[in-house]
Design a protein around this ligand. Structure first.
Ligand SMILES: Nc1ncnc2c1ncn2[C@@H]1O[C@H](COP(=O)(O)OP(=O)(O)OP(=O)(O)O)[C@@H](O)[C@H]1O
Ligand SMILES: [Mg+2]
Length: 451
């Protein structure tokens, strides 16, 4: 069932329940007031009747007639009951069965009497005990509660009217409120449909407030995230195929040239050298792509352990120095504090070495690798004294296949970032104040080494 209908039914039911309870309460209050009022009047009339009985001789026919006229004038019924002989000694009500039924049903000695049910009417009752010379008699006065039906009728009419107005108001109000509530949800559903069809550029803002607005913002964020993921996948495949195609074409060119005898002697052996180099490059690219894919999806290729920062720095230096020596670059380390950090040492070594080899490639004379604790975070910083990184390039430096003019595959930094993030750290690149590039890897969680 539509949310709008559900809400309308809920609203209306609630209103009907409240109004029914209120109606019943008002009705019983009014009934009580009516009975009390009738009883008060009945007691007054009872006094007059008793006075009449005491002052007149009821054995006299004219007196009896006057007594009956009085009863008619006051709209009263009367009977007298003798407790001693358990007999009705006098009655203005012709039907004796009804009277006997009443006597059995009700306690005549009680001061307060409920409504007595007659054949057609309900009666308000007042009982006046009076002592005859022989025994105790109860004079029972009854007056029909005529107004009751009228009150009931008008109350039911009024309540019906209020019910009708109430239900109309409830339906209108709930329609207004639910429309206000449901419309943004419907619009949001349309937006989700667009996401499903990947029409991200057609997405529009949904006007809403409160929780629905929050959901809408999450949907927009999700769409942006999904869009950039799809775009990056797209670029990745484009770049990957391009990167793979170039060396393959070179290899094909030389292979065909040698086969067809175009390259001979010196040229052929140079071609073979290029082919081997290109095959190596292809292997490297494919290995890097496979590693990136694994880092993205596979859980069991990553084995974190507590790594001592001093030992880790030594491992970096061991690997960096030979590469640097080849290029006449000096690598220095700066280790302030020894800490324990949780990561996969082998993978992190690869991440740092990707940054360090870049630095060595771009440095003029020196690369500095520093490990230190600052602002309760552990940092590994690699700084070189080269030309620094182009401002345009720096924004997307960690994206796959992004490389500068002197770059190689453009995957080294993407791999480094994937490994660092998988270890719960972050990495950023900037240009150092003195020129040259500065890469900082940061971990928020580490332990001091107390050994
Ligand atoms: N220290 C640095 N100084 C100046 N530019 C740098 C530095 N490090 C990286 N870059 C730039 O960033 C680009 C991307 O680096 P990345 O390591 O991702 O790829 P790559 O070195 O070109 O190829 P590979 O996948 O073999 O590492 C490089 O091509 C280079 O232009
Ligand atoms: Mg690199």
């Amino acid at each position: 069932m539509k949310l709008q209908y559900q809400l309308t039914i809920a609203f209306t039911t609630l209103l009907v329940v409240i109004m029914t309870v209120t109606g019943i309460m008002i009705y019983s209050q009014m009934l009580q007031m009516l009975i009390k009022d009738e009883q008060r009047q009945l007691e007054d009339k009872g006094e007059l009747i008793v006075n009449f009985i005491l002052s007149e001789d009821l054995n006299n026919t004219t007196s009896v007639q006057r007594f009956l006229q009085l009863l008619e004038k006051y709209n009263l019924q009367v009977f007298a009951y003798d407790e001693g002989s358990e007999r009705v000694v006098f009655s203005s009500i012709p039907n004796m069965e009804t009277i006997e039924g009443w006597i059995q049903e009700h306690d005549l000695n009680s001061r307060t009497q409920p409504l007595w049910q007659g054949e057609d009417d309900n009666y308000v009752v007042s009982i006046i005990p009076f002592l005859s010379p022989v025994s105790t008699q109860q004079l029972v006065l009854l007056t029909p509660l005529d107004d009751l039906q009228e009150v009931q009728k008008s109350l039911v009419n009024q309540l019906l009217l209020i019910f009708l107005i109430g239900i109309s108001v409830a339906v209108l109000l709930s329609h207004y409120l639910t429309t206000k509530l449901v419309t943004p949800l419907t619009k949001l559903r349309h937006q989700l449909k667009k996401i499903e069809k990947r029409k991200f550029e057609e997405m529009e803002e949904v006007k809403a407030t409160g929780e629905i607005k929050e959901v809408e913002q999450s949907v927009v964020e999700m769409a942006n995230e999904l869009n950039s993921f799809i775009q990056s996948q797209h670029h990745f495949f484009q770049n990957a195929s391009h990167e793979l195609k170039t060396p393959l074409m070179t290899i094909q060119g030389y292979a065909e040239g040698i086969r067809d005898g175009i390259f001979e002697g010196e040229e052929a052996s140079r071609g073979l050298q290029v082919m081997v180099a290109e095959i190596k490059r292809l292997k490297k690219i494919i290995n890097e792509i496979i590693l990136l894919a694994k880092l993205d999806s596979e859980a069991d290729i990553y084995h974190p352990e507590k790594v001592n920062s001093k030992i880790f720095m030594e491992q970096i230096m061991e690997r960096a120095i030979p590469i640097a020596n080849e290029k006449d670059i000096r690598v220095v380390q700066d280790q302030e504090e020894e800490v324990l950090v949780l990561f996969d040492a082998e993978k992190m070594l690869q991440a740092v070495m990707n940054i360090v080899t870049n630095a060595i490639r771009h440095a003029d004379s020196k690369v500095e690798v520093a490990a230190f604790v600052k602002n309760k975070q552990f940092h590994i910083q690699i700084t070189d004294d080269g030309e620094g990184i182009d401002d345009e390039l720096i924004k997307k430096l960690f994206h796959r296949f992004v490389k500068g003019e002197s770059g190689e595959t453009g995957l080294g930094l993407a791999i480094a970032r994937a490994i660092v993030e998988r270890s719960g750290g972050s990495v950023k690149a900037e240009n150092a104040a003195k020129g040259g590039a500065k890469f900082t890897i940061t971990f928020s969680e580490f332990e001091k080494n107390n050994d």
